[in-house]
Design a protein around this ligand. Structure first.
Ligand SMILES: NC(=O)c1ccc[n+]([C@@H]2O[C@H](COP(=O)([O-])OP(=O)(O)OC[C@H]3O[C@@H](n4cnc5c(N)ncnc54)[C@H](O)[C@@H]3O)[C@@H](O)[C@H]2O)c1
Length: 297
């Protein structure tokens, strides 16, 4: 226990995210892309990090990078689609540190395609990881946070869940559910000193599309172009998240195009949906590809 306390004590001396009362955090999907960036950015801000991933070797590499930067971290193997595995993860970090101040439900995959062509197995896979994975994270950590007197949950959704672009239904559906979950929790947890942030970025380059399932080559071409020409990096998204957590903001939408489309959808839903359908019918794929190549999605 002395050793365990020392990890936290030491992290407090780095710079401690004291304005947020956050000194310990768990990040799922911490072995790659955004999860690794979030782990590093928050570690630099003084958090001790529990880096969890289904790929333990990559989580351990994140821990190595954090330690190299002067921070503290522990790696853990988790499969977020398995509630037993998520429970084991929570038990491990609570045994190590006694509390977890920030839980970042980040692990996710991307399956896209046309409804009717996406296979039931591909639907199930993305719902299991992107949707149920985040539900299990909340289910497991919220009672512990209530007990410890507070905390903060970050759910990594996507702009896809807000603006619902065509040919991305499985991904959009899984992320819209995460947004609904987060909005519900904002109200439910208000009296428990537990804060909630839902992160909704658009495209930025990570390994997300490496194993992406799709039904038409256009989807692969579009996401490839969007990833390769993105004007924002995973580190920049993680920095935006740090600011949002500090301010205890519910929505963190780092990129302007998504923010403005979301605004239009809420203000004028029929204009938004009618306009999007019109564009889609009249050569929308070419336009989408052009915008992606210009880094404008
Ligand atoms: N990259 C983008 O453009 C983008 C945009 C919006 C939202 N997001 C979201 O960001 C999050 C992180 O994705 P990324 O872009 O960094 O992709 P990534 O593929 O680089 O990282 C995802 C990580 O999650 C892990 N993972 C996958 N399944 C898992 C499981 N069942 N249990 C535990 N870990 C698992 C992977 O091993 C990997 O380390 C995802 O939720 C994704 O939907 C990404």
């Amino acid at each position: 226990m002395t050793k365990k306390r020392n990890v936290l004590e030491k992290s407090k001396t780095v710079s401690m995210v004291s304005d947020m009362n956050i000194s310990s955090m768990v990040v799922t999907g911490a072995g790659s892309g955004l999860g690794r960036s979030i782990s590093l950015v928050f570690a630099r801000a003084g958090c001790v990090v529990g880096a969890a991933d289904i790929n333990l070797a990559t989580a351990e590499e994140t821990v190595r990078l954090i330690k190299e930067a002067g921070g503290n971290a522990l790696a853990f193997h988790v499969d977020v689609s398995d509630p037993v595995s998520v429970e084991k993860m929570a038990t491990y970090f609570y045994q190590e540190w006694g509390r977890v101040d920030l839980m970042v439900n980040n692990a996710g995959i991307a399956n896209v395609g046309l409804v009717g062509e996406v296979t039931p197995d591909d639907w199930k896979q993305i719902i299991d990881i992107n949707q149920l994975g985040m539900i299990y994270g909340c289910h497991t950590f919220i009672p512990r946070m209530k007990k410890q007197g507070g905390g903060h949950i970050v759910n990594v959704a996507s702009a896809g869940g807000l603006i619902c672009l065509p040919q991305m239904s499985p991904y959009n559906v899984s992320k819209a559910a995460v947004i609904a979950l987060s909005e519900t929790l904002k109200q439910e947890l208000a009296s428990f000193n537990i804060h909630i942030t839902v992160l909704c970025p658009s495209f930025f380059k990570t390994n997300l599309t490496d194993e992406m399932k799709y039904t038409d080559k256009f989807q692969l071409e579009f996401t490839g172009a969007a990833f390769n020409n993105a004007r924002i990096t995973s580190d920049m998204v993680a920095e935006s998240l740090l600011k949002a957590v500090r301010k205890r903001k519910l929505y963190c939408i780092p990129q302007f195009p998504a923010k403005s489309l979301w605004f239009l959808k809420r203000m004028m839903p029929s204009v938004y949906h009618g306009g999007m359908a019109l564009v889609y019918r009249s050569g929308g794929e070419r336009l989408a590809l052009w915008l992606a190549k210009k880094g404008l999605v």
